[in-house]
Design a protein around this ligand. Sequence first.
Ligand SMILES: NC(=O)c1ccc[n+]([C@@H]2O[C@H](COP(=O)([O-])OP(=O)(O)OC[C@H]3O[C@@H](n4cnc5c(N)ncnc54)[C@H](OP(=O)(O)O)[C@@H]3O)[C@@H](O)[C@H]2O)c1
Length: 405
Amino acid sequence: MSQPIGPEPRRGPPNSNPSMPQREPKTRRILVTGATGFIGRALIPALVAAGYGVRAAVRGPLPARDKDRGRDSSAGTSAFPEEQGHGWHGPSSQSLAPGENGAAAPHSLARSSPSPDEVLGARAEEEPRVEHTQVGDIGPGTRWNGALRDVGAVVHLAARVHVMAQSGSGASAEYQRVNTVGTERLALAAAETGVRRFVFLSTVKVHGEATGARAFTESDPPLPQDAYARSKWEAEQALRRIGARTGMEVVILRPPLVYGPGVKANFFSLLQAIARGLPLPIGAIDNRRSLIFVGNLADAIVKCIEHPAAAGGTFLVRDGEDLSTPELARRLARALDVRPRLLSVPPSWLSFGGWLTGRRDAVDRLIGSLAVDDSKIRAALGWGPPYTLDEGLAATARWFLARTR
Ligand SMILES: NC(=O)c1ccc[n+]([C@@H]2O[C@H](COP(=O)([O-])OP(=O)(O)OC[C@H]3O[C@@H](n4cnc5c(N)ncnc54)[C@H](OP(=O)(O)O)[C@@H]3O)[C@@H](O)[C@H]2O)c1
């Protein structure tokens, strides 16, 4: 069995002489793509808190600090402070140490974790254990070799994400270019450079857009309904082929809707509408939707980097409970400290209204169920979400209120 990538539990003081630099194994360096995105911004502090060094791949220009580091490192020294003799002493990795038989206790991070705001409030630009590297546009021609140097694991978040208004063959080709071919090229380069583990953020949409009485499990057949979901499913298949051929350990996560500080799109619009006290015609919807707080997802990704049993796995993840759309609105209202105004309009009327206004798909998503069964990741990795749904919603509400005040 291959060596675990995760931090070793500390056994006594690692180095009693404070003037000696603390060197860490190369396997503790993680390349994160999509580092500037909503999930990337939450993942990086979680990786740092777990004791990893992070190389954050960005499309655009580097933060000023990393440009300076680039000049400083012209003599070949690493941008990581511990390798320049700064002697950074990482946080204790005790809370992430695997338990007996390699399985971490469920909720192992639960009460030893920082609060959601502490985790999510950290700024990657200011964190000394985070180095940025510019990779430009991700696609068939991206050159990855420099970014992959001395990296033990890759977390591939960057993607052309789902945009409802985008359809047609041009959009479809673009999803394919970035999400399928871009992922395949990165994985091939990673395997060639000796990266041990590759964690890929796919989506629940690989299974389809709606569930009936039963939640999706990982073994349900793929049924992607749009170009975004198809590009992710094709990327998953390419990764499996590369993993089988090269021995690189591929882990695939399929999250449902992710929310948290920095959330965009429909979830942000819902927050805005509730905060403004607008009446919402969703009171009669009776559905069931899974979602996941970004702090919980970051924790699951950390687990997938280090747990031996994650290798080769595909996992659906979610918060500890599913909600109906009106219940989500009520919980958000509570977190925002406002009264929800929910009108009981029959869902069939909403559907008709959606059809009239050309927004049938969006309305169907609001009305329909999309639930996932997370028993596989709980059983295989002993993972459970460290934050409750209400803690996640409260952190999201605090962020929303702070930015709108
Ligand atoms: N958010 C959700 O609800 C959700 C649910 C399921 C799965 N996911 C998956 O989670 C991952 C991260 O999503 P997110 O919500 O963090 O998305 P996001 O906020 O839109 O961030 C996307 C990231 O990808 C980068 N990117 C996009 N296209 C690129 C390209 N052609 N070349 C280089 N970089 C590119 C962006 O860089 P720039 O900053 O330069 O644009 C950004 O860093 C994605 O793979 C997504 O499919 C998300």
